[in-house]
Design a protein around this ligand. Structure first.
Ligand code: NA7
Length: 538
């Protein structure tokens, strides 16, 4: 820690996918003096922290890479349809080396305060290792990186090991052990499917049953890999017409355009092919928007659960009761584990956790579930949750947390009124799409804006209040009648007690193509939503 203030052009906060790409662009494309900091001891962002058994991206690997980077894309070899957490860390480590960024990334360094200083039109950032002054502040904090560790009264009475999935110790020995898991979202489902192979006994304390479809994980064929590499530009061009950017054949067919038999056959084909967004977007265009179509998809999955799970009572408890409108999950044999003698399901809706005991968990029926390890797979304080513990102060000392006290605000998920020359990667009200293209598209937009500002000494760019309000309104309008609002998921902050939901949206749900068109137009029109201030030369 030194008293000296280091001066850079751009400070990037976060060394995950968004931060690494932003640092590359600032340094190698714009030639700016830029550094990135991250509180983690390693590169990877959410993938640094999420290294629990079974952790993998459920986006197909060829679409979970930096877009618009053909050289890196063509030199990367994924061996399977989905990349594991360690594959993704290796990919990012390689990108850092290929792009020569390693000397510019400062790990074990946490941002404690960032203040916009009007007079110099710069950001003064205080970190755990010293102070940095930067013209441009790029926050790439991650959408799913702030862990959600819910208050579970009495949990400290448990004498065994308690682990959150974002803090999985590499040396945790769970083979043969009695393991309990709270949380059965994407993380819990991946984790339990893996744990069930080796633990002595697995008990899931399930609050809300979830829909899940097969992931269809398999090796990529050499032909597929060659095809992705040869045609990566076409994959990226596809964003211009895509709703979600996962590289799928997004259908326009509606569920009731076809007969009941055809509908079943289409769902079955998607089930066999595997993939969560395959099931929602290659079957029928209205699965996520129309209640009757959604009911058809939900009923299909429930029939599958009944077929897969031998014990009818366990199958009943695994059947979701809400509509199929959380972020969809896919698995590699999750429902099948409930046919194993070492796996047990406790429905905490029917049989709540009464208390934690030194030996395990006591449920309301009086049963003590003895455990050696209790895993919290309880997810994230998503989206703006990553900003919750940061003290960022914009113009006139305005705290970002105060500006967002009634719900997060932004334009494009990138900029905030009152915070000049600050750019977020995957900030709130960004596009609800595959995150790799979202990162690529946002960083490209930021790079263009920073390039224009950097060319004029002291120039600043600040979102207008009107444009911020208008963006919120357009996000809210898009949510009218949305099925997503009818479930309690992280998408709208319903998983965090007390998180503001009134008049707020979390995302722009108009699709990737529309998002690209709006963001592109904004830049081409010379940023009409912004006040650009260029100091007059002396
Ligand atoms: P999710 O999808 O938010 O799932 C969290 C799970 O934890 C879910 O089953 C929750 O039950 C459960 N949970 C959360 N808080 C509690 C409390 N207090 N008591 C009991 N159970 C609780 O997080 P994931 O990490 O699985 O996935 C997040 C995203 O990461 C995923 O969508 C991908 O995009 C990657 P609930 O359903 O709320 O009843």
């Amino acid at each position: 820690m030194t008293d000296e203030i280091r001066e850079v052009d751009a400070l990037v906060v976060g060394a995950g996918m968004g931060g690494v790409l932003a640092l590359h662009k600032m340094t190698n494309e714009l030639g700016l003096e830029a550094i990135a900091i991250d509180k983690a001891p390693g590169i990877g962002g959410t993938w640094y922290w999420n290294r629990y058994p079974g952790a993998l991206s459920d986006t197909q690997a060829h679409m979970y890479q930096f877009p618009f980077e053909p050289e890196l894309y063509r030199s990367t070899n994924w061996n399977r349809r989905y990349a594991t957490s360690s594959d993704i860390r290796a990919y990012l480590e390689n990108a850092v080396d290929v792009w020569g960024l390693r000397p510019r990334i400062e790990l074990n360094t946490e941002l404690t305060l960032a203040t916009y200083e009007e007079e110099s039109a710069t950001w003064l950032a205080h970190t755990t290792t010293g102070a940095i002054r930067a013209r441009f502040l790029i926050t790439a904090l991650g959408l799913l990186s702030q862990k959600n560790k819910p208050a579970l009264p009495g949990i400290d009475d448990f004498r065994g090991t308690i682990v959150h999935t974002t803090e999985w110790p590499d040396d945790l020995d769970y083979a043969g052990k009695r393991v309990g898991v709270i949380g059965n979202g994407s993380t819990g489902v991946q984790l339990m499917t893996e744990l069930a192979k080796t633990v002595g006994h697995l008990t899931t304390f399930q609050r809300t049953p979830q829909y899940s479809v097969p992931a269809g994980n398999r090796p990529y064929t050499p032909e597929e890999l060659a095809d992705f590499k040869a045609n990566c530009e076409a994959l990226w061009d596809g964003f211009e017409t895509s709703a979600i950017g996962f590289g799928l054949e997004e259908t326009t067919r509606k569920a009731f355009d076809v007969s009941a038999e055809e509908r079943e056959a289409i769902f079955e084909a998607a089930w066999q092919k595997g993939g969560n967004f395959t099931f929602t977007h290659e079957t029928f265009a209205d699965v996520t928007t129309d209640r009757a179509a959604n009911d058809e998809a939900a009923a299909f999955i429930k029939r599958k659960i009944a077929e897969i799970v031998d014990d009818p009572e366990t199958a009943r408890k695994l059947m979701p009761t809400e509509i199929f409108a959380r972020r969809p999950i896919c698995d590699s044999g999750y429902f099948q584990i409930f046919n194993q003698p070492n796996v047990e399901l406790v429905s905490t809706k029917e049989n709540p956790i009464q208390r934690f005991a030194p030996e395990g968990i006591v449920t309301e029926d009086g049963v003590l579930h003895e455990l050696d390890i209790l895993v919290l797979a309880t997810g994230f304080d998503a989206i703006e949750g990553s900003y919750r513990n940061l003290d960022i102060r914009g113009r006139d000392g305005l705290r970002l947390s105060d500006h967002w006290s009634d719900g997060a605000l932004s334009h494009l998920g990138i900029t905030v009124h009152g915070f000049p020359n600050m750019f977020m990667v995957l900030g709130p009200l960004g596009p609800f799409v595959n995150l790799a293209p979202a990162i690529g598209v946002q960083v490209r937009w930021i790079t263009q804006a920073v390039a224009e500002l950097a060319a004029q000494p002291g120039a600043t760019m600040e979102l207008s209040a009107e444009a911020e309000e208008a963006w919120l309104q357009s996000c809210l309008d898009l949510l009218e009648g949305s099925l997503f609002l009818q479930t309690n998921s992280w998408i709208f902050g319903a998983n965090i007690p007390g998180k503001k939901k009134a008049r707020t949206a979390s995302y722009f749900t108009g699709g990737l193509a529309a998002y690209l068109a709006i963001a592109g137009q904004e830049a081409r029109d010379g940023y009409p939503s912004y006040q650009i201030h260029v100091p007059s030369s002396v």
